[in-house]
Ligand binder design. Structure first.
Ligand code: DQA
Length: 153
């Protein structure tokens, strides 16, 4: 039997982690974060589908394709967090699929244009300011939520 899939989505400029403003985002590269997610996924018996795009429409396509396919979503929409009604609307299509929001930094402690999140109302859990570890926490939280939801059926 195939393992439940957790989709880990990353938005624009996160492919530059490690080089990008290390004083804010730290030194971990996106490939390091992917490795961490795969490790925790293996421990929990989950398949991790880890993706990054710089393009809003591609993110929307991936979210639409996740409908009925994945057990949960971890999303760091990066700058689109603060602007994208399209990603908000796409996430709404996922209905009962648990969604966790991740940010490496804490956007609420930064410039005011980062204080709004269009993802926030659709996510049951938020991990901000925990660096790369926030992704691991989010995968664990989604797995727990998914397990509980299944257990309730
Ligand atoms: C970010 C925070 C966003 O405000 C920013 O645009 C990013 C990264 C984070 O992980 O801290 O690109 O999502």
């Amino acid at each position: 039997m195939s393992l439940p899939i957790i989709l880990v989505l990353n938005g624009p400029n996160l492919n530059m982690l490690g080089l990008r403003e290390p004083e804010i985002y730290g030194h971990a590269k996106l490939s390091d974060i992917e490795f961490m997610c795969r490790e925790v996924g293996e421990t929990l018996g989950l398949d991790i589908d880890f993706k990054q795009t710089n393009h809003e429409g591609i993110m929307v396509d991936w979210i639409q394709e996740a409908r009925g396919r994945v057990a949960g979503v971890v999303i760091n929409a990066a700058a689109y967090t603060h602007t994208s009604v399209a990603i908000h609307d796409a996430l709404k299509l996922l209905e009962n699929t648990p969604i966790a929001e991740v940010h490496i930094s804490n956007p609420k402690e930064r410039e005011s244009f980062r204080h709004v999140s269009y993802i926030e109302p659709l996510a049951f859990a938020h991990f901000v300011g925990h660096g790369a570890q926030g992704y691991v926490m989010a995968v664990e939280a989604v797995a727990e939520r998914f397990g509980k939801v299944n257990g309730d059926r």
